[in-house]
Design a protein around this ligand. Structure first.
Ligand code: SAM
Length: 299
């Protein structure tokens, strides 16, 4: 009986399409802080991102965490002695970030927490030693034009030689989820208001990468790995490609099994080593739910 109740409570609620990205993140702000730490499978995205930025990290660096939400990465980097600027479009996420920053006693390493959009950064040219736009903010922009505007902004505010980390949601991995999870989405969004047409929406997702349901009925663009690379390299003039990374393997289809493996710390460590040894292979990008590209600003 208890299990049945739990299932009913956890079932995604029917909702109508067209929720704005800001409203979605305002609604799910508390959950977002736990997203990358709630279990081993989700931790992989965080730990792989961290593994790569640690290669470039120096104490005292000025770092921008653009689309940094509730501040998970801001706090991590502040703990490592970086001076952080956090920007996000969701005021609720930023409220939580301010609270968490205090709780983690890193206030003196956080220069500012700003409401704003990655498409129009309120910072001067050449301001930051490292720039992050991690966990999909770019995936929430609707057009290539807007995405290009954001990429140009990220590069503009970076100092010469600064690394710029951009991660997004990937298309092959989400298509893999269609079969496993989308029946829940059809049920929850489709059966009441009859607005959800699985075949139409899946075709849109396959052909254009656009989705209006998967992220709480707000908009998300899922990138082909090659699409992200082409877009970033054609937009970010005077930059050098440093890395392309599959942030998590296994992808969502094996969460349960991976969490089992990770209960044993030694096994988890061995898995991480394996993952780090292969995550830059270009063909691995197609297995990962989130993919990251790292570029460096040049003169
Ligand atoms: C999945 S969360 C990732 C948060 C954080 N970077 C992390 O990985 O833990 C995506 C974030 O992008 C933010 N976002 C979406 N569109 C944005 C925009 N145009 N400008 C700034 N932030 C945006 C959302 O509010 C949300 O906090």
């Amino acid at each position: 009986m208890f299990d049945l109740l739990k299932k009913l409570i956890n079932k995604p609620k029917p909702c109508s399409n067209g929720v704005s990205v800001r409203d979605f993140y305002n609604e799910s702000a508390e959950k977002e802080f736990m997203r990358t730490t709630k279990n081993a499978a989700h931790m992989l995205e965080f730990q792989t991102t961290e593994y790569f930025y640690k290669k470039y990290l120096k104490k005292g660096m000025k770092v921008l965490d653009a689309g940094g939400g509730p501040g998970r990465y801001t706090i991590d980097l502040a703990k490592q002695g970086c001076y952080m600027t956090l920007l996000d479009i969701s005021d609720k996420e930023l409220e939580i970030a301010k609270r968490k920053i205090k709780q983690h006693h890193v206030d003196k390493f956080v220069d500012s927490v700003d409401l704003g959009s990655i498409t129009e950064l309120p910072y001067k040219d050449n301001s930051f030693d490292m720039v992050l736009c991690i966990g999909g903010p770019l995936s929430h922009l609707r057009t290539d034009k807007e995405r290009q505007k954001a990429i140009k902004e990220l590069v503009r505010v970076a100092k010469i030689d600064a690394p710029i980390f951009i991660s997004v949601m990937a298309r092959p991995a989400v298509l893999n989820l269609c079969v496993k999870d989308f029946k829940e989405y059809i049920k929850s969004y489709g059966y009441k208001d009859n607005k959800y047409d699985f075949w139409k929406e899946t075709r849109l997702l396959i052909q254009q990468g656009d989705d209006n349901w998967f992220v709480g009925c707000s908009y998300a663009h899922f990138f082909w790995p090659s699409e992200l690379k082409d877009l970033v390299l054609k937009t970010a003039k005077n930059t050098k490609l440093l890395h392309q990374v599959a942030l998590e393997w296994p992808n969502q289809n094996a969460h349960k099994e991976f969490n089992e493996i990770a209960k044993n710390k030694k096994h988890y460590k061995k898995w991480l080593d394996l993952h780090f040894s292969v995550c830059e292979h270009p063909d691995m990008l197609s297995l990962s739910a989130h993919i990251m590209i790292v570029i460096q600003k040049k003169k």
